[in-house]
Design a protein around this ligand. Structure first.
Ligand code: NAP
Ligand code: ZN
Length: 355
């Protein structure tokens, strides 16, 4: 006797916005949400931030199309698996750049799963470790992830402004902590976009003296309002030269290759520039490193332990992203404006808008 293939439950068909191929445009699309496992938290998406990485992913970095981007997610829990202890239906939940990892290597055991030696399972465009299905991100009505990778949003944080903390926030917080930024440290933050504006706020709240480096003269007043002590225009050679040998640490958030040599020269002896933007290559004269034993380093997001710490720190200091909230049907316009450096300072999609 032949039987018809099982029909997907309509309740599990999730409407979303997806890049159907690598042309960068997102379109309404739907997918089947995988079944709830004992350790899972299922949620409806409230807000999803648009990270510059989403632009890279729907273009050259993407692997599996159609792709549902979005890894700065705040949602409301709808269902929990039988083994879940930390969440209940109705809770606010936040999910960042990863939804699983090997859980056994040294970085995973230390709660630093973004450095999982087997590679973490990314929130979207990754492959589920159990069934091999492609993971789907926050530009969707609902999502699911293991409790370990779900975070509580502390009371008092604006939920739209909290969403970008899950990628932009932790990506800046982790290196600021690793390089021990605090009172007495002089810090530069290069590129005042989604990451950079949070980098400024976080470095300031950690007690550092902070300079914003921007290529956009129109961002000077905004950078000061965000907490920068002063601002350097990176296209002004004189302003850069005046800051020679000044900084202990620089957080570089620029999304593309840009001239690093004049910026390296503003680091003191033994200073470090941490490049977060993952450019194709570094445009830097090695002599600018040798001259003062300077380092170029990088950093990849942050693990569950530090993400929880970052959220508590942000609650304590009242830090959220400055956001422009858009509707799902405005995603393409927002992505185009992000590509054109026209956002102050993060787009966040209200996934319920238009209901
Ligand atoms: P964003 O909002 O677009 O900000 C990037 C900023 O870089 C812009 O606001 C702009 O600041 C500056 N910039 C852009 N093009 C420039 C150019 N040609 N020359 C000089 N400055 C330029 O992007 P984001 O979301 O903050 O992400 C920044 C980068 O970090 C992206 O490449 C993203 O993929 C990467 N990222 C990495 C990680 C990680 O784990 N390492 C995590 C998240 C994101 P000014 O106008 O102030 O100059
Ligand atoms: Zn991101």
């Amino acid at each position: 006797m032949s039987s018809l293939p099982a029909q997907p439950s309509p309740l599990r068909t999730i409407s979303a916005h997806a890049a159907l191929d690598r042309d960068g445009q997102l379109e309404p699309w739907s997918f089947e949400l995988r079944d709830l496992r004992p350790g899972d938290v299922a949620y409806d998406v409230l807000y999803a931030g648009i990270c510059h990485t989403d632009l890279h992913m729907v273009g050259p970095w993407g692997r599996h199309f159609p792709m549902v981007p979005g890894h700065e997610i705040v949602g409301r829990v709808t269902e929990v698996g039988s083994a879940v202890t930390g969440f209940a239906p109705g809770d606010v939940v936040a999910v960042g750049t990863m939804v699983d990892s090997c859980r056994e290597c040294a970085p995973c055991v230390a709660g630093m799963e973004s450095y999982c030696e087997q590679g973490p399972t990314t929130t979207y465009d990754g492959l589920d470790r159990v069934d091999g299905s492609v993971t789907r991100g926050g530009f969707a009505r609902s999502g699911i992830c293991d409790e370990r990778f779900a975070h509580h949003v502390p009371d008092g944080l604006d939920l739209a402004g909290a969403a970008p903390l899950l990628c932009a926030g932790i990506t800046c917080y982790s290196p600021l902590r690793h390089w021990k930024v605090g009172p007495g440290t002089r810090v530069g933050v290069v590129g005042i976009g989604g990451l950079g504006h949070l980098g400024l706020k976080l470095a300031r709240a950690l007690g550092a003296e902070v300079t914003a480096f921007t290529s956009s003269p129109e961002k000077v007043d905004g950078a000061l309002a965000l907490g920068a002590h002063d601002v350097v225009l990176t296209r002004d050679e004189e302003q850069l030269a005046a800051k020679a040998n000044t900084y202990d640490f620089i957080l570089d958030t620029v999304s593309t290759t840009h001239p690093l040599t004049p910026i390296m020269s503003t680091l003191k002896l033994d200073g470090t520039l941490c490049s977060l933007g993952i450019p194709d290559h570094f445009d830097v004269a090695p002599m600018s490193l040798a001259m003062a034993r300077r380092s170029i380093a990088s950093s990849g997001s942050g693990g569950t332990r530090e993400t929880a710490e970052m959220l508590a720190f942000c609650a304590e200091h009242g830090i959220t992203a400055d956001v422009e909230v858009v509707k799902p049907e405005e995603i393409n316009e927002a992505m185009a404006r992000l590509a054109a450096n026209d956002v102050a300072y993060r787009f966040v999609i209200d996934m319920r808008a238009g209901d």
